[in-house]
Design a protein around this ligand. Structure first.
Ligand code: CTP
Length: 406
């Protein structure tokens, strides 16, 4: 009965007569345990009132991209991240065209552009609009980009014609959503396992207002945390200061310095099965922390300032040596001799696997794409340049395979 318990579904409604059926779809998804929010295009509100959907979901309906009040309550980016699945029903020919061309000219299309959540669409339109090559090509483009299409069905249409273009029935759509999640469940191969991940940069304080840090954005580590969570693992993320929200379903501990990250991570490692060190941990920190702000030297003859740095503890190495049974994965960010340096780190830090990536010259750090080389004692696999979300998913599959073989 609660097949969709804990699932967050964002229903998108575009303008079409089938929009009235979406009330039924909304009810069916809620009945199956899902938490539902609704986003409507302006045209959709001509066919069914937002009030109906608000009453059914118990949540305000989102429809305006530039509504400051709605943005303050739950901004469009947040809404895009909130959902586990987006179902657009009905999807009109116009919306399909806008999605295929990457438009962001209303709230629904903007959300679809700003998310990596799976998007499902249930087309509904006149049979000639559906069979038109433009619509067919747009649907092909969307399918190639990973959208899932449901229907349309054949039958009598609101315009009086008969043919393909009817929206699938709400209960059938609801069943398809259930099927999608149960399919995901069977691939949850890390259920019952704990994955510990470090991510982001660290900050090493010089005085109360200054610190040493690096350009890491944390995007790779956060994407891996999401991918591990989707495989069913309990995920612990120890993160340095980044501008990212904690991924859905992941437990995050925020830290600042390398030492704080070290202590939290070693503590959490006791209960972990897999440890993935993606953090760009500062190798050195100021030997002395100045309690007061360091003042500029007034004496012009002494214009330089020397900071003494001390070596930080190596988190990855300490974890792999303290917990030899843990499956440990390191990252090697290199500007030269990528493979040789990574292989020597694999041995030196006593790791099960190392992920080598080239940094510098506009590569990896603070970017949305990455390209990596995965190396273990008797094997190697390269993943070509793709988004960090895609890299994370494929990397987690390789890690899971090697972990199961250990
Ligand atoms: N790492 C860590 N703790 C540190 C330094 C690094 O856990 N104090 C981890 C990183 O998270 C990464 C791996 O070790 O997974 C490799 O980090 P990297 O900086 O590339 O290697 P270093 O050992 O610091 O060697 P070098 O800087 O000389 O390349």
């Amino acid at each position: 009965m609660s097949a969709l318990k804990n699932k967050r579904i964002l229903i998108g409604i575009s303008g079409g007569i089938a929009a009235y059926k979406t009330a039924e779809l909304t009810r069916a998804l809620i009945k199956k345990g899902a938490e539902v929010r609704v986003c409507m295009t302006k045209a959709a509100t001509e066919f069914i009132t937002p009030l109906t959907l608000q009453a059914l979901t118990g949540n305000p309906v989102h429809s305006d991209l530039l509504d400051t009040e709605a943005e303050a309550a739950m901004g469009h980016i947040e809404l895009a991240r909130w959902a586990d699945l987006i179902m657009i029903a009905p999807a009109s020919a116009d919306l399909i065209a806008r999605l295929a061309h990457g438009h962001a000219n209303d709230l629904l299309s903007t959300i679809c552009l700003a998310t990596d959540t799976p998007i499902h669409i249930a087309p509904a339109m006149n049979r000639l609009m559906w069979s038109n090559k433009a619509t067919q090509d747009n649907c092909k483009t969307l399918a190639q980009r990973g959208f899932t299409l449901h229907g349309p069905a054949e039958g009598e249409q609101a315009c009086g014609e008969t043919g393909a273009g009817r929206m699938l029935e709400p209960l059938e759509l609801a069943e398809n959503v259930v099927a999608k999640f149960s399919q995901e469940k069977t691939s949850q191969v890390l259920t019952g396992k704990t994955v510990l991940i470090t991510a982001g940069p660290t900050r090493e304080a010089i005085d109360p207002v200054r610190y040493i840090t690096n350009r890491s954005s944390g995007k790779m580590g956060y994407a891996i945390a999401s991918a591990a969570q989707r495989l069913g693992a309990e995920v612990q993320l120890v993160s340095g200061p980044v501008a990212l929200e904690a991924p859905n379903g992941v437990t995050r501990t925020l830290v600042e310095s390398a030492l704080q990250m070290h202590d939290k991570t070693l503590n959490l490692a006791k209960n972990a099965d897999i440890f993935i060190a993606t953090a760009a941990v500062a190798d050195y920190s100021p030997a002395q922390f100045a309690q007061q702000k360091i003042k500029k030297k007034k004496d012009k003859t002494k214009e330089s300032l020397t900071l003494e740095l001390q070596t930080n503890k190596d988190i990855l190495s300490d974890v792999s040596h303290t917990f030899p049974n843990l499956f440990t994965v390191g990252f090697a960010a290199e500007t030269e001799n990528l493979i040789e340096n990574a292989q020597s780190k694999l041995k030196r830090k006593k790791l099960d696997m190392i992920v080598a990536n080239q940094v510098g010259e506009n590569k990896a750090f603070d970017k949305d794409t990455n390209q990596i080389e995965i190396i273990w004692a008797d094997g190697q696999q390269s993943l070509p340049e793709q988004t960090k979300t895609e890299i994370a998913k494929e990397l987690m599959e390789v890690i899971t395979e090697r972990f199961s073989a250990k």
